[in-house]
Design a binder for this molecule. Structure first.
Ligand SMILES: [Zn+2]
Length: 126
């Protein structure tokens, strides 16, 4: 605890601002990726196999960008770090590794078992 920093009574908010910076950097990276991938895709339009691959990469990039923007929204609304589904705290280690994660581990696993967008999609995208 830093007594001269009234916004950080327990170190948690300071940590969120660090993660917010990480999210903003990731957002910028994904936007750059998106432009790049679209250019690559246009260049590969003639070859249908690489076209499918390019579209898949664009979709994954856009999906991750969506998660990052949502996480930044949650920081702005003071909801960051809570599971969107059940409200339980999302583990700090998971947030540090992947600051855009929106669900606690239990809800994430439940979602993975019934969703086409899997854990591995989120955790290995981009
Ligand atoms: Zn949950």
């Amino acid at each position: 605890m830093k007594p001269h920093d009234p916004d950080s009574p327990n170190g948690l908010l300071a940590n969120v601002s660090h993660l917010q910076q990480a999210l903003e950097a990731k957002r910028d990276e994904l936007i750059r990726n998106h432009v790049f991938l679209q250019e690559v895709a246009v260049g590969q339009m003639a070859a249908s196999t690489t076209w499918d691959l390019a579209v898949e990469r664009i979709e994954r990039n856009a999906f991750l960008l969506h998660l990052v923007l949502d996480a930044l929204d949650r920081i702005a609304q003071g909801l960051y770090g809570k599971c969107l589904n059940c409200g339980a705290p999302v583990c700090a280690r998971g947030l540090t590794a992947l600051p855009w994660v929106a669900l606690c581990q239990r809800c994430q696993e439940a979602t993975d078992s019934r969703s086409a967008i899997t854990h591995s999609t989120i955790f290995h995208a981009a």
